[in-house]
Design a protein around this ligand. Sequence first.
Ligand code: UFG
Length: 342
Amino acid sequence: MAEKKKILVTGGLGFIGSHTVVELQHEGFEVVIIDNLSNSSLEVLEGITRITGKTPAFEKMDLRDKAAVSAFFANHPDVSGVIHFAASKAVGESVDQPLLYYENNINTLIYILQELRDKGESCFIFSSSCTVYGQADELPITESAPVKKAESPYGNTKQIGEEIIADTCNVHHGLKAISLRYFNPIGAHPTVEIGELPLGVPQNLVPFITQTGAGVRKELSVFGGDYPTPDGTGIRDYIHVVDLAKAHVVALQRLLHGDNKENYEVFNVGTGTGSSVLEVIKSFESVSGEKLHYKIVDRRPGDITAAYADTTKANRELGWEAKSTLDEAMRSAWAWEKKIRS
Ligand code: UFG
């Protein structure tokens, strides 16, 4: 059944946000996007429109402006849920500019939660990260694995963010919330209308690979060939961004329909399969037919050896599972790279 409810998506023009807006519109939700365009562009709105045939409402706003956040909720009393993507996400930058990260990622969260508390009934979905587990002692990682001390201010904002939400839901029972702990999102929409647009030199593996394949970068540095893994390179759980976007919609529906078991819940969102850096390179070579230039260099400080999700809880409680293989996600990432270079 199509949903007519109005949903605020902060950071809705970003990589994961834009794919989630598409899935929300496919399900019939009415979407309002807030984005400050600091790491996104208005062209994304056009891509969303071309895919869905509908232009979501858009307000350019910086969520650090508390008065503007209050004014938004006063003007939109009919918002029934918020999916909060807007945040800074570069690990290295967060080490250099911790206060910027705490301001962007924590202050904005507090301002939104204050509004939702005042509304009474509301639903909130938070972008969290598998970074909260650090190097987990057991693989695959379940939601009950201990949260480890964060390696960076960025990671800390996700841990603190989760705690703020949990504490708030504990006393304000009208507020229902879910944190989704993402593993490594990759890929682009199959229509190639939206995808990832990294600013400057990509820090993440897949955009670096596709840019190297496209000749924008000379070669990929593989960070570490001496990890205790079968081929010596780091292992991660790469999830197609469309699968990840769909997890947001089902999580939201769980809260809207009152199917949640607790006021605040946490779910891993990954595929359940770990892939090494060399396997990711092989996937790129097989779907693109290109040979990738790469060399193995020292480990990157702060990197863990291996992380992949146990997705049993999301499968059982949300009725959700990732559908795309690594090759399918890689094929879409490569199609997107070729499109934006053409
Ligand atoms: N890697 C390379 N070369 C590169 C980039 C990455 O070899 O140029 C390797 C990394 O060492 C790692 C894997 O590829 O083994 C994945 O690296 P990413 O940077 O793509 O992803 P991370 O797992 O390091 O980071 C992701 C998110 C962060 C989050 C972190 C938590 O991007 O936001 O997971 O683990 F904090």
